[in-house]
Every structure is written in C-alpha cells, then in structure tokens.
Design a protein around this ligand. Structure first.
Ligand SMILES: CC(C)(COP(=O)(O)OP(=O)(O)OC[C@H]1O[C@@H](n2cnc3c(N)ncnc32)[C@H](O)[C@@H]1OP(=O)(O)O)[C@@H](O)C(=O)NCCC(=O)NCCS
Length: 166
C-alpha cells in the first residue's frame, strides 16, 4: 500500500504527477480517514485521499483520487473535488460546488454554493469565492479576484457568474 503526503501551492500538479510516475493500480493506494473526521455514508473518496482530523465530507460529496483534505475543512453536500487537489485547514466548500484537478485552496477560504473552480487554480488564504474561477488562475480576497501572479493574467482573466435558480 502507498500514500503520498506531498502538496505544493506553486506546483499544484505535483500530487498527480507523482501518482502517474508510480503507475500503480487504484487498489494499491491507501485512503486514510482520521477517526476524528466525519465522512457521511453517501460520500465517495477516491484512492490516495487523506482526510485529516475534524474534516467533514457531507452527503453525496466526492473527493477525487490523490487529494488532501486538511484539518477542519468542510465539503458540503453534492460537491465534487477533482483529482490531486489540496484543501488546506478550515476551508469551507458549500453545496454543489465543483473543483477541477490539481487545485489548491488556501487556509480558511470559503466557496459559495454552485460555484465552479477550474483545474490548477490557486485560491489564496481567507478568500471568499463567490463566482466561477477559470483554470490556471490565482484568486484571493473577499470577494475573490484574480491576483497578478505567474499563471494568472489579471487583465484578461474574467471571473464569470453562473446563473442560479432562486
Ligand atoms: C495568494 C498567495 C499564493 C499569493 O502569494 P504571493 O504570490 O507570494 O503574493 P504576495 O504575497 O507577493 O502578494 C501579492 C499581492 O496580493 C496580496 N495578497 C496576497 N495574498 C493574499 C490573500 N490571501 N488575500 C488577499 N490579498 C492577498 C498582497 O497583499 C499583495 O498585494 P499588493 O500587491 O497590493 O501589495 C498567498 O498569499 C496565499 O494565500 N497562499 C496560500 C497560503 C496557505 O494557505 N498555506 C497553507 C499551508 S498549509
């Protein structure tokens, strides 16, 4: 059995890259859930997922292979976290949120219900993400806006608001 405990905000694809290099069948990866975490029965965890103490994965939520869910992070109902993501301590994901592959959500950020976050996104600590975030972007602040950092062009990247039902 293997697990991988690495994560890197600047090289967010590192977990998936290492997993691909190891080229193991899914059943050879361990999935760890700390006894003080709460995983609702209908939630689904992929291989090589690590769930830290006091994290919560709620009903029908899914956490993709090779993702980390750190201390006290909460993934609410029907949300989907893609492969190789890292949710830092106290992240709060509301219901029906979708997060792509290899995205990194910094300490204490929050994501509004029904928001879609792309692949390889970096969300700064403490951000409140209220609109969709395109792949490859770095956002921060309340409400979250693109930051001028490598991989994110604040002049051309637009956050898009998804139509919502009342
Ligand atoms: C978003 C982040 C990646 C930016 O880091 P960076 O590229 O080094 O950026 P800088 O610190 O140079 O800051 C650039 C600007 O963004 C602002 N900024 C940085 N992080 C911010 C945040 N989380 N929220 C709001 N503004 C932020 C800075 O104040 C600065 O603004 P200025 O240009 O007006 O002075 C980083 O601050 C962050 O949040 N990392 C996640 C940390 C984390 O959760 N670690 C978990 C370890 S377990």
């Amino acid at each position: 059995m293997f697990i991988s405990g690495i994560a890197n905000a600047l090289d967010r694809t590192i977990r998936v890259k290492v997993a691909q290099r190891m080229n193991l069948e899914d059943e050879r990866w361990a999935t760890f859930v700390h006894p003080q975490a709460t995983i609702v029965d209908s939630a689904v965890l992929g291989p090589d997922v690590i769930i830290y103490p006091h994290a919560v994965v709620s009903s029908d939520a899914r956490v993709g292979a090779h993702s980390l869910v750190y201390y006290g992070a909460v993934i609410h109902h029907d949300s989907v976290v893609g492969e190789g993501c890292c949710l830092c301590a106290s992240v709060a994901i509301a219901g029906h949120v979708t997060i792509g592959r290899s995205s990194y959500l910094g300490v204490g950020c929050t994501v509004r219900d029904h928001v879609r976050i792309g692949d390889n996104v970096l969300v700064g600590m403490g951000a409140a993400v209220v609109s969709d975030v395109p792949s490859g972007c770095t956002v921060a602040g309340v409400p979250a806006r693109p930051l001028r950092v490598p991989g994110c062009n604040a002049l051309t990247t637009r956050l898009t608001r998804k139509p919502r039902t009342p």
